[in-house]
Write a protein that binds this ligand. Sequence first.
Ligand code: SAM
Length: 284
Amino acid sequence: MDREAKNEKEENDREREKGVAAMVACYQGFDPAAYLQYNYMPPRADFDRQDSIVPWKLGCLHRAFTEGDVGGDVLVDVGSGPTLYQVLSGCEVFDTVFLTDFLEVNRQELRRWLQGEGYSGLDWTPYLQHVCKLEGRRPSAWTEKAARLRSVVSDILPIDVHLPRPLHPDSQLPTAGADCLVSCFCLESVSPDLASFTRALGHIRGLLRPGGHLLLIGALGESYYMGGPGVRIPVVPLDEAQVCASVRASGYTLVRLEVYTLPKGMMVGVDDVTGVFFVKARKP
Ligand code: SAM
């Protein structure tokens, strides 16, 4: 590499580090209880409404986990935040589930639920009941699902998707990698730009075994979301073509993309999201 190219690369690396550091600073004010109230209560989580956002996400995950091609032992959820909805279908397929998040406050929130200490911000019962219904079980089976989830979550780990190895080497993940990754609303909302989003997709690819699946849900057209009162977190505004290009550029085979367009009633003033994507992809 000639001197000019080397200087340019160093400058780009410095800029990237600054961008990532700015995102870390934004997350210091993240408030799990407020985030849950903003996004995981009606109208966004209205199980009686066909066009509500949460039932759409749960439907995508239910279909993906019951099509028959996603399987194995280990499921890793990347950037779990304080939420559990994203593993309610997967916990029936995988005997070992790792939840992960960058922030201790979120890991603590998850630990509290798993240890049966209740919740600070949300009752997951309607979610458990809804997924039981999708599975053709009676809604009262939700207690069995809750017990199943508590029994398969083997750890709640710190993660940083901006590192080439996002999990600590001491984590109990099999060396060959997980059989499946789920990640919802994480990568675009922790990356300063599209290049970082694509790079993060590549980093988490290292956690997946060859042949394993990635189930990715995220925001379309979003430039910010509120992580708590007065906590405005910037987001990379993505369109469908960029999502597909980034997934392919980071070494996955795209199986399918599904898109949900937000109806007016779902715009509740806590972000400027216009749609949601669901990607099913595979590591060759
Ligand atoms: N998965 C949850 C959901 O579906 O609502 C939470 C998504 S929330 C928008 C983004 C999450 O990314 C937060 O929980 C935050 O703590 C986490 N996060 C922030 N920086 C991160 C990083 N560098 N690596 C991994 N996760 C990060």
